[in-house]
Design a protein around this ligand. Structure first.
Ligand SMILES: [Zn+2]
Length: 551
């Protein structure tokens, strides 16, 4: 690596740079070096292809003497980091979550109705109006909303508003008509229907009637999602559970030069098989690549769907859900691996993690070690299984804010004596395995800074609990930043292009409002991104607060 930097430097000194080169000077540059330690730099020379040409540790006024062809940008001493990479997010879902009608925090039924009225007026083109977040407990009425309450505002098209806990819809008459539901329709087993409210299993009746998103809606969701991601400093994403329509939306954006976030796509396994899809190389100026498939070994801890080795502490007759018998899990992964895909498998419970580790151990023997088998979440591991990761080349793809969101629930589900391998980031690293960080957005906010804060503190943004939850699993800032940059790039087979600002790699970087190495975890969580650059072009600026076009 040192030789490469020296060579690049020598080349830069010999040849005058191209006219479009950009010199970003006077920055407090911070990144993780190849040896895993913090590296500081003061300037960055970017070539006309948007790649890093030279990194300077000393602060000269110009990188090269005797030339005036370099565009110079004064960083004003602000802090610059490589663009952060979220190893596990749901790109289209993030866009849709942001585009739907938000009725969270409404203080009365009348306020919900007002928001619905405003949204309907602002979105005359929406064939269905979908919203989220009502809670009648916050209203003076304390009663459930009804179809009639919504009909009073919108009659001409279906309206579906989900309760804040995700367990019920209230819909208007047009939605019931579209779903073919009448007063005579019985509620399915495990569900309830009353006055336009559809609870649990009854929600399915409405879901089946909601039209699949159009290409235009997918494009809008992707644009919205990219705006959100670039605004919080995320320049690369492991795009999980990518459907074929999602992939097509990514490709349309790539063709049109509108893909500013680099996407490493993990296609839903069934859809990849159905469409006979294969991995792709990098496309559209290294913005998009189908690299893997997504599989599931179990469910989630909150709903007691995570598959555990021992029964749930708070439900002793259950060990959760095993999605596939061992042989079937192996066959599914082998099938995708034989097509050249990387495998990313959701596993939350210790039994699910042990199963998928066994599968990957077998596949490693068959396909070799550098297939970078990924376990998504790796939330609850049996400590005895953690040392099995590294020898099989398994990457733990984890989400630090799941730990802060889930800790009380995890204690309830597992009891106090089975938490030794829970969200065990430091144990994973100590075992020699690779770690990649992300958020699982929109399940959690895509903002990486609360995640970096949780990683170093095991505390939420309010500093709870004091001292941190199982503080032995805290990471150093270097380790946390590594998992969000180099680690996440490696997990997506992208470390030759992104994850660090080094000669030949893309100038994807962010400028932030504080030095993360000099603030406490609560302040780190509140870090604001001022500018986001991809391939040497500014694609987000907080000053204008709207994403700028770049390519
Ligand atoms: Zn996910």
């Amino acid at each position: 690596m040192k030789t490469r930097i020296m060579l690049a430097l020598a080349a830069a000194l010999l040849a005058a740079p191209a006219a479009a080169d950009t010199w970003i000077r006077n920055v407090n540059g911070i990144q993780i070096g190849p040896d895993g330690t913090l590296q500081h730099f003061a300037g960055l020379l970017i070539d006309d292809r948007g790649r890093v040409e030279q990194l300077s540790t000393a602060p000269p006024s110009m990188p090269i003497t005797g030339t005036d062809t370099v565009g110079v940008i004064d960083g004003g001493g602000r802090t610059l980091l490589p663009g952060l990479i979220d190893a596990h997010g749901h790109v289209i879902d993030l866009g849709f979550a942001a585009l739907r009608l938000d009725v969270t925090g409404t203080a009365s039924l009348a306020e919900l109705q007002q928001r619905l009225r405003d949204y309907a007026a602002a979105h005359p083109e929406a064939k269905w109006i979908q919203g989220f977040g009502w809670n009648q407990e916050l209203w003076p009425e304390k009663r459930f909303p009804t179809a009639a309450d919504l009909d009073a505002i919108v009659r001409d098209r279906p309206v579906v508003l989900e309760r804040v806990d995700g367990h019920a819809y209230v819909v208007n008459s047009a939605a019931m008509k579209a779903a073919g539901v009448t007063a005579a329709t019985p509620a399915p087993h495990g569900g309830e229907i009353h006055d336009g409210v559809f609870v649990d299993a009854a929600k399915q009746l409405i879901d089946e009637a909601i039209p699949k998103p159009t290409n235009a809606q997918l494009d809008e969701a992707l644009a919205k999602s990219q705006g959100i991601l670039l605004g919080v400093g995320v320049t690369g994403v492991g795009s999980m559970s990518t459907s074929i329509p999602d992939w097509q939306a990514f490709s349309r954006a790539g063709e049109a030069g509108r893909l500013n976030v680099r996407l490493m796509a993990y296609i839903t396994a069934a859809q990849a098989a159905e469409a006979d899809m294969r991995p792709t190389g990098w496309l559209y100026g290294d913005r998009l690549r189908a690299v893997g498939v997504k599989l599931f070994a179990d469910g989630a801890l909150g709903s007691r769907g995570a598959w555990l080795k021992q029964p749930y502490a708070d439900q002793p007759d259950s060990q959760g859900l095993q999605f596939h018998p061992d042989a079937e899990m192996l066959a599914l992964a082998d099938q995708a691996a034989s097509r050249g895909f990387q495998i990313a498998t959701h596993a939350i419970g210790d039994a699910a993690n042990a199963q998928i580790i066994s599968v990957y151990e077998q596949l490693s023997k068959k396909y070799g070690r550098d297939r970078r088998w990924r376990i998504e979440h790796f939330q609850i591991a049996d400590p005895a299984d953690i040392p099995r990761l590294a020898p099989a080349g398994i990457i733990a793809s984890m989400q630090p804010t799941h730990q802060t969101s889930d800790r009380l629930m995890a204690e309830a589900r597992l009891g106090p004596n089975r938490l030794a391998g829970a969200y065990a980031w430091q144990s994973v690293l100590k075992s020699g395995a690779r770690l990649a960080f992300g958020t699982d957005f929109p399940v959690e906010s895509p903002n990486p800074f609360p995640g970096l804060s949780a990683a170093v503190s095991r505390q939420d943004v309010n500093g709870q609990p004091p001292g941190g939850w199982i503080p032995s699993e805290r990471l150093t800032f270097e380790q946390a930043l590594q998992a969000y940059t180099r680690g996440a790039a490696y997990a997506g087979f992208a470390e030759d292009k992104i994850g660090a600002l080094e000669p030949g790699k893309y100038a994807d970087f962010i400028i932030i409002d504080r030095d993360p190495t000099k603030v406490d975890p609560q302040s780190l969580a509140k870090t604001q991104v001022l500018e986001t650059w991809v391939a040497g072009k500014k694609v987000f600026s907080r000053a204008s607060a709207t994403p700028e076009r770049g390519q």
